[in-house]
Design a protein around this ligand. Structure first.
Ligand code: MRU
Length: 351
């Protein structure tokens, strides 16, 4: 958002527009260093999304929207009244940056809608207003999801979360961690177990950092420690975000979410997915149609900058999986809650 630039980013500062530049908190170096990187070119924003400077579905959408502002400004500087043709290459670069989080495509489609309404004069101010609206709406949606999600949680309980669906992953406040923030404030959550989330360690690096910043009790655990914790009987909910929700309620989220949901069902623990409607993709019938990003195996073959697997070892690195709708107890959006999601209920939500 257009605002003063803090000297050190806080968890709510994933993306900021300040004095004609986009600033992104470099999420790759948190929590060791909290620092902004500045962007003037859309192509660099596309690279930042690909390289995980900014990550998390809604935050990717917000960053891409600001990327379109930079694209429009650059296209007008280069081609003046021909800017609508000149902007296309940058829009395609942004679209190609990551494949799974539908918020990216949603945000660019919305920015395209605004472009279609404009004449051939300088589009920068109009595009910036639209990007700021996307950013502010996401923040407001997260606040609303926080309230709705907290209402579902009965009493003081412990919860597990996976990856980072916090303020850093969004326009601010967070989706899953927005629910955690609201429920903790209401006395309904006593502790959060954060899965470390191999290989990018979003749980260890970002979720733990955000929750500690808020004074919410958090315990980090290895991804594979969730089952034994669940067996102990203290966990009432698994609360996660999503990168794309299909029309039938199947949920794509960080790799490992599916396994967590299977284990939760076995132990009688409920699964809540908190995601804005910009994450719902009614054009994909089921999770089987959601493109799952495969990243460089090198991310898995090493750890902490050091190679851990034998030379020439093969590795697969899908970074998302699909949790079938029947394992999801509640999808929480800013428009309302869908319990036990089905195609009919998702259609009613999105109508
Ligand atoms: O690869 P990432 O870090 O972009 O993956 C992020 C997630 O999987 C989040 O859980 C999801 O985007 C929801 S963020 C509110």
């Amino acid at each position: 958002m257009t605002t003063a630039l803090p000297s050190t980013p806080t968890p709510d500062d994933a993306a900021l527009w300040h004095q004609d530049r986009l600033y992104l908190t470099d999420q790759r170096v948190l929590p060791e260093r909290a620092e902004f990187l500045g962007y003037d070119q859309a192509a660099d924003v596309a690279d930042a999304i690909r390289a995980m400077v900014v990550r998390g579905a809604p935050a990717i959408g917000v960053a891409a929207a600001y990327g379109v502002v930079l694209a429009g400004r650059g296209a007008y500087a280069a081609a003046e009244e021909g800017w609508k043709a000149a902007i296309e290459a940058d829009l395609e670069r942004l679209v190609a940056s990551r494949p799974t989080a539908v918020n990216l495509f949603w945000a660019i489609r919305r920015m395209r809608g605004r472009i279609a309404q404009l004449d051939t004069s300088d589009p920068t101010a109009a595009l910036l207003a639209e990007a700021i609206a996307i950013h502010e709406e996401d923040r407001a949606a997260n606040r609303r999801m926080g309230e709705l999600g907290a209402e579902l949680i009965g009493g003081p309980t412990e919860v597990i979360t996976h990856c980072n669906a916090g303020a850093m992953a969004t326009g601010g406040y967070g989706t899953a961690l927005g629910v955690v923030r609201s429920a903790f404030a209401a006395g309904k959550i006593s502790r959060v177990y954060a899965d470390e989330t191999r290989p990018w360690m979003q749980g260890a690096r970002l979720t733990a950092w955000e929750l500690m910043h808020d004074g919410i009790p958090v315990t980090l655990q290895a991804d594979c420690a969730a089952a034994s914790l669940m067996a102990g009987g203290t966990v009432g909910w698994v609360i996660v975000g999503s990168d794309r929700i299909a029309a039938n309620g199947d949920v794509a989220n960080k790799i490992g979410t599916y396994g967590l949901a299977v284990m939760a069902r076995h132990h009688g623990i409920k699964v809540m997915v908190a995601a804005p409607t910009s994450t719902v993709d009614m054009e994909v019938a089921s999770g089987a149609e959601i493109p799952i990003e495969e990243r460089d195996p090198a991310e898995l073959l090493g750890c902490g900058g050091r190679r851990i697997a034998p030379e020439a070892c093969e590795a697969r690195n899908p970074v998302f999986d699909v949790t079938p709708a029947e394992l999801v107890d509640a999808i929480v959006t800013e428009r309302g809650v869908v319990l036990n999601p089905t195609l009919e209920k998702m259609r009613a939500l999105m109508a």
